[in-house]
Design a protein. Structure first.
Length: 88
């Protein structure tokens, strides 16, 4: 998965923040900007850096499934829980 230039800039800024700070990180991105790709790339990098498991919470079943699919596209293993999707 290759990020678009603006996604790569957001990814780089988020990872830099995560490395330097313990404070939460917020990324504001417009509709259609590829947030699922960005979330997947950040989660994969955090897992690569720390070996820790990542929990991604989304407000709808569609976003849960979309984020799951994008994360799996990074080549990483993942599991999914969604009562709405009847997957666990």
């Amino acid at each position: 998965m290759t990020l678009r230039p603006y996604q790569q800039a957001a990814f780089d800024a988020a990872i830099d923040w995560i490395r330097r700070c313990l404070d939460p990180c917020l990324i504001e991105a417009a509709t259609g900007s590829g947030k699922s790709h960005l979330v997947a790339a950040i989660a994969a990098e955090i897992h690569r850096m720390s070996g820790k498991k990542i929990l991604c919470i989304a407000p709808s079943a569609e976003l849960v499934e979309q984020n799951y699919e994008k994360y799996r596209a990074t080549g990483a293993k993942a599991s999914i829980f969604s009562a709405s999707l009847k997957k666990w």
